[in-house]
Ligand binder design. Sequence first.
Ligand SMILES: [Mn+2]
Length: 241
Amino acid sequence: MDRFRRVAANTRGRDLAVGDIHGHFQRLQACLEAVGFDPAVDRLFSVGDLVDRGPHSEAVLDWLAQPWLHAVQGNHEALAITRLRGGRLDLNMYRAAGGGWFLDLPPGEQLRFVERFEQLPIALEVETANGPVGLLHADSPFADWEVLRTWLELDNDPGVLEVCQWSRRRLKEGDTRPVKGLRALLVGHTPVLQAKQLGNVWHLDTGGWANGHFSLMDLATLQLLSAAPGAATAPWPAPPA
Ligand SMILES: [Mn+2]
């Protein structure tokens, strides 16, 4: 598995990013429809935490099977991996954080999800006409994107992964120092009322899975699209065909 993955520019359509989804694929689908997402040419980039908390976590495999969806691995995907592959895990915390749907699956079913989650990179870099845009779930442990790339490619340092998937430091401290080597770094993990920019780091988890809204960001312009969802159409949140 590549812990760092580079994606070439989209020369045909738009590239959009979205914050944490947490099993709310029906709401996400409504947002994509509201902004006229075209799966034939557009692409969607997820900052991770696609599962847990919401009602449709099981749909994640259908969504991840779509060629237009790219995602990094969030701490919730990592929790599922840890559960199956071994490692320290507080099961009560995991269940309280919405992992019950996974914990209650038979092991063979759990394996299907874990094998897919293990393929997700920790960091994505997307080329755009205006420079590279990075995606991580939580934060960059380094002030230089190239340093992170090297670490992820050469080493499996648990401390580096921990910051990438769990850290809330930058928001907590209001740290506006940019991450060098990127036009913008897009992250989720810590809910904010509105998409929040600190330096060149954008926090996109605006609680679309809770009482907030999904923020869709255009990677080329770094503009947020207004995505007020209409009435949900499908009883089961199948990805747009
Ligand atoms: Mn998270």
